[in-house]
Design a protein. Structure first.
Length: 655
């Protein structure tokens, strides 16, 4: 009832014209936990804990929620993934990112820690050191390699299967090894016939499939009958025109489940019989690709997938299976909100279930399959009241070439009609997409009084290979037109006040914001770019992509030849921009070096365009520290308030 009264107060204040300042602390505060997994017996659970400039792992005893162990990496280090390999030991895959907007890049290091915090050790990776000259006992191999977990081998408490890449300076051929999870000793068990490969094991832990790509980024899939057998090529993207990714095996190891990314339509999942060559489609949704694979409790056997065609839904290979019936029962119990089983005990009795929505960051429940009872374990952000948050609505329209485009509108609760709007294109751009989940930036902007428009323009993931490839070499082209068309659609539908629209984004989204006001000078009243790229030829010479041969291929195929990019670079189009601009960037940003923002600001100043800037030499691709985040969002809301009339941040000087 308190939440409802507070919403009413907000609405009345808005109607009366009074500014209710935005409490930034509500939106920049870190989640308590991100991912949580049960141990095989259910005695413990482990959880990733976001911190200012790192992500730690915490282990708790389940019966009393007592903290028993922690793993805290150095600055810019993040627990990128973790798996229980037995009842007492957790394997941790380390990643790095240099800013909150950066995508974590795996370092190829695997650590291990006991549930009680003991025996924490780096088992494999380029920073492994020997035990010194005083001992001949050197179980861990000191070698310049990166490694990734393939199979935690739930029936083997001592070992796991990993993939190992030698750090040779070029894209390497990969080998599979059996790793001793206590002392780091490694034994080779297979070698891939393709570069940058991953491996897939059957239900006995035998390496049976490998999938990878060379410097040309052409995907290949190989299969073998078992140890000692020859690899045989199953799919070559150059020949078939599709990508086939292995998901796992059937219970009897007779069938292989493959996700197929074909030239047209959304991805399908097929069951392939290696003996006969027969393929049978077991899962397909016309609206969206498989998003998350659902496994049988306590196993690595795929049984279904979650897709997100607007909202999340679950599909199963067999709708009469126990897993399907369990999900349907849980979905009914949770009122239709999406849910996902993140882990379970080995015997399948206890499951950890995550639920969420567009206005709820997420809650975790422990479900007892025998007692058929769910109990709340923890909320990601327990200070967020979903009943007070803005609503998130799906929209679909046809672009100017009639291609269907999807997206989401975050609408301040209790309001309707044409509102001041912030158009917020996502970063990436390729393969990334906005989802029906809690978005902190969108909710913060809604709290300031704006409707927020997020567009899954062509090039985005989730809608099939053809949709994603339609964005190739379309920076400033049809990808930008989709954002423009979405904005005009919102105006035509009465969602946006045409005199009060700004465009704002980060990374590629920042590029789209500046291109938006350059290509459509009468459509937006202002633009804001955060850690953006604005000089596209510069991407071929600076940043963290072009340093790899496969990265050079990616830039040519997806961005375009360097000689063609000046014409679609906002830094060269400043004289077309007629509205105020706000730019923010970090001096240590390797993904979008600060030179982009400084060149853009200089070009705008030369063209006489009002421009505000905020730079931090110590920050990377998105500001880490809370004071810097607070200043950034204070300036952003102040900038938008001056041009759209929304609410500023608490404590900010009034315009």
């Amino acid at each position: 009832m308190k939440g409802a009264k507070w919403v009413a107060v907000l609405v009345l204040c808005a109607l009366a014209g009074h500014a209710v300042a935005v409490d930034l602390g509500h939106f920049i505060r870190k989640d308590k936990f991100t991912d949580i997994k049960l141990s095989p017996t259910g005695e413990y659970y482990a959880a990733t804990v976001p911190m200012e400039d790192k992500t730690a792992l915490a282990v708790f005893r389940r019966k009393d929620n007592v903290l028993t162990g922690t793993f805290v990496p150095a600055r810019n280090g993040h627990v990128g993934g973790f798996d229980w390999v037995n009842d007492e030991r957790v394997l941790i895959s380390l990643a790095e990112k240099f800013g909150v907007r950066d995508q974590p890049q795996a370092t190829g290091e695997i650590y291990a820690i006991n549930a009680d915090g003991g025996q924490a050790d780096l088992l494999v990776g380029y920073r492994v050191q020997d035990n010194g000259p005083g001992t001949r006992i050197q179980p861990k191999k000191v070698e310049m390699v990166v490694a990734f977990l393939t199979d935690p081998l739930p029936n083997d408490d001592r070992h796991a299967v990993i993939s190992v890449w030698p750090m040779t300076g070029t894209e390497p051929f990969t080998r599979a090894e059996k790793l001793d999870v206590r002392n780091g000793r490694r034994v080779p068990i297979a070698r891939a016939p393709v570069r940058r490969a991953s491996f897939t094991t059957d239900n006995t832990g035998e390496v049976r499939l490998t999938h990878g790509a060379g410097v040309d980024n052409v995907n290949k899939l190989y299969y073998r009958e078992g140890a000692g057998s020859e690899w045989r090529l199953i799919n070559d993207e150059d020949v078939s025109g599709r990508i086939e990714t292995p998901l796992g095996f059937s219970e009897d190891n007779r069938l292989v489940y493959l996700q197929i990314q074909a030239g047209q339509g959304t991805d399908t999942i097929v069951a392939w019989d290696p003996a006969s060559g027969e393929r049978k489609q077991v899962l397909h949704d016309k609206g969206a690709d498989p998003l998350s694979i659902i496994y049988r409790n306590g196993t690595s056997m795929p049984v279904g997938a979650q897709v997100m065609d607007g909202r999340h839904k679950t599909l199963f290979f067999d709708e009469t299976s126990p897993e399907a019936r369990m999900y349907r029962s849980l979905e009914a119990a949770f009122g239709g909100d999406p849910l996902f089983v993140t882990s379970s005990t080995k015997d399948g009795r206890l499951m950890l279930v995550r639920t969420w929505s567009g206005n709820n960051p997420g809650d975790f429940f422990l479900y007892d399959t025998v007692a058929r009872k769910a109990s709340h374990l923890i909320s990601r952000s327990d200070w967020v009241d979903p009943n007070m948050m803005a609503t998130v609505e799906l929209f679909t329209f046809n672009a100017r070439d009639l291609l269907p485009i999807h997206g989401y509108m975050t609408v301040p609760r209790g309001v309707s009609g044409a509102r001041p709007m912030v158009v917020m294109p996502h970063g990436g751009p390729f393969g990334i997409f906005d989802t029906w989940e809690y978005d902190r930036d969108a909710q913060m902007l809604a709290a300031a009084g704006y409707t927020v428009l997020q567009v899954n323009y062509r090039g985005s993931g989730n809608y099939g290979r053809a949709f994603q490839h339609a964005g190739a070499r379309q920076w400033g082209g049809t990808m930008q037109d989709d954002v423009t068309d979405a904005t005009r659609w919102a105006i035509a539908q009465g969602h946006a006040d045409p005199r009060r629209i700004c465009i704002y984004g980060a990374s590629y989204g920042a590029y789209a914001a500046l291109m938006g006001v350059a290509k459509e000078p009468g459509l937006y009243q202002c633009a804001a770019g955060y850690v953006g790229v604005y000089d596209l030829p510069l991407m071929h010479s600076t940043g963290d992509i072009q340093g790899r041969r496969s990265g050079e291929t990616y830039l040519r195929e997806w961005l375009g030849e360097r000689s063609q990019l000046a014409a679609v670079s906002p830094v060269n189009l400043a004289d077309r921009i007629k509205v105020p601009v706000f730019l923010a960037a970090g001096g240590k940003d390797e993904r979008a070096p600060i030179q982009h923002s400084k060149r853009m600001a200089a070009a705008l100043e030369k063209a006489g365009v009002p421009v505000e800037t905020l730079y931090y030499d110590t920050e990377g691709h998105g500001f880490y520290t809370e004071p810097h985040q607070r200043e950034y969002y204070t300036k952003l809301l102040g900038f938008l308030s001056r041009h759209l009339g929304g609410r500023p941040a608490q404590g900010a000087a009034q315009p």
